[in-house]
Write a protein that binds this ligand. Structure first.
Ligand code: SF4
Length: 194
């Protein structure tokens, strides 16, 4: 973690990310705010990629729970032509009332309820919705020197030195106050063969 923090300290916020964040704050609808925030996250992540373990073709993080918002599910739905379903397990941001402990509890509940399957948009080890991928995918950056700690070990919770994206996550909550969150697999359940 210390090494990850040292790497992060050498990479201050990109001015482009700050400009995009301002645009996200001022946008008129929740959908526009979330989409600008996604662009902010990508600009924030760009310089980190030089020092991160994340590489094309590595898909460990596409096998773990992934919380997205209804707005993000609708953006994905538009891009793919696949309508999001009403999730069986969901959390309303309005119920969390900006309480960090409540947020962490809700996040843990959503993760526990997530089906143990890969993300439905993972195809041949690559993201098939890259341009529309949710914010959580854009900010999950392993600052270690290799992907060893990202490897999934059943029954073991291995800590990964992810980049600290708290500022972006706080905006994610604040910019869609009526948002509904669920795992991506609950918005887009596996299609049952006829
Ligand atoms: S949306 Fe794309 S990047 Fe995110 S978990 Fe799914 S396949 Fe991976």
């Amino acid at each position: 973690m210390r090494r990850a923090e040292e790497k992060l300290a050498k990479l201050p916020w990109d001015p482009a990310a700050s400009r995009l964040l301002n645009t996200a704050r001022k946008a008129g609808s929740a959908t526009q705010r979330v989409m600008w925030l996604q662009r902010t996250a990508s600009a924030w992540a760009k310089p980190l990629q030089e020092v991160a373990a994340c590489r094309k073709g590595c898909d460990h993080c596409c096998h773990i729970p992934l919380t997205i918002s209804k707005v993000e599910a609708e953006v994905i739905g538009k891009a793919t032509g696949r309508s999001p379903q009403t999730p069986t397990t969901a959390v309303r941001l309005a119920d969390l009332d900006h309480d960090t402990a409540a947020w962490q509890k809700a996040e843990a509940e959503l993760q526990a309820a997530a089906p143990d399957t890969p993300c439905p948009f993972l195809v041949n080890h690559a993201c098939s919705i890259y341009e529309s991928r949710p914010l959580a995918c854009r900010v999950l950056i392993n600052l270690d020197d290799d992907e060893l700690l990202c490897r999934k070990v059943d029954g073991v919770d291995v800590p990964v030195p992810y980049a600290d994206a708290m500022v972006l996550k706080a905006h994610y909550v604040a910019l869609q106050p009526a948002g509904v969150l669920a795992d991506i697999r609950h918005f887009f359940p596996a299609e049952v063969a006829p």
